[in-house]
Design a protein around this ligand. Structure first.
Ligand code: E4P
Length: 224
């Protein structure tokens, strides 16, 4: 199980990669928009500097046609680094781009996945990661768990080297169900992870431990 952060905010990336076990960073043009008119390549390089080369960095193309996607990919690989995962939406133009990029040995994350057939095509085209949109599928009545389980079954049955990087989450319950359904990784807004550990019950339990200890030993921790 791997957790990635779905943000391009440098402060969040610094703060939360330090706290949580994070495997990488994902973004898309809408996530980048939240950062305002940044210097895009400098910003992506800053993300890489924070996370290091061992973690995965997934950056989405902005062109809609195959040729433009390939040029976007070349530019990203030149101006960021050769280890990034190029995020390609699985459209008619995108699937062709995925095939070509994989024939060149480039890392690819197939994104904007709303169903099994779309995912199966991306698998067969050679994508390294598949990103089914959990919350967005739920919003239109698609059973996200069934979609993820179906993709996971085909990966297992035919031994594809691809992994499911589930995306588009609004709460921790959705992330849990995605993992249980067979996703190997999930990319989440940092607030989802923070909320998991900031429940009042957890704080209360820890406060009771603290006051019980202090009632006997005073304000002297074990280490003193
Ligand atoms: C992954 O990077 C996806 O683009 C992202 O998780 C989509 O999330 P949203 O449905 O909250 O926009």
């Amino acid at each position: 199980m791997k957790y990635l952060l779905d943000t391009a905010n440098l402060n969040e990336i610094k703060e939360y990669t330090d706290i949580f076990p994070i495997d990488g960073i994902t973004s898309n043009p809408s996530i980048v928009k939240r950062e305002g008119k940044i210097k895009f390549f400098e910003h992506m390089n800053n993300i890489r500097s924070i996370i290091g080369i061992d973690k995965t960095l997934h950056i989405q193309v902005t062109s809609m046609e195959t040729e433009g996607m390939l040029q976007d990919a070349d530019t990203l690989l030149n101006k960021v680094d050769s280890q990034i995962y190029i995020k390609i939406p699985v459209t008619m133009e995108g699937i062709k781009a995925i095939k070509i990029l994989k024939s060149r040995g480039i890392h690819v994350t197939a994104t904007a996945i709303y169903g099994k057939s779309q995912a199966f095509l991306a698998l067969e085209a050679g994508a390294d990661y598949l990103a089914p949109y959990y919350n967005r599928m739920e919003n239109i009545g698609i059973d996200s768990d069934d979609v993820i389980a179906g993709i996971a079954e085909m990966i297992d049955r035919y031994h594809y080297p691809a992994k499911i990087l589930a995306a588009s989450f609004k709460n921790a319950g959705q992330v849990e169900r995605a993992f249980e359904s067979g996703a190997q990784a999930a990319t989440v807004d940092p607030s989802i992870l923070k909320n998991v550990l900031e429940q009042p019950q957890i704080t209360n339990a820890v406060n009771v431990f603290d006051s019980d200890w202090k009632s006997i030993f005073g304000n002297v921790p074990i280490a003193k």
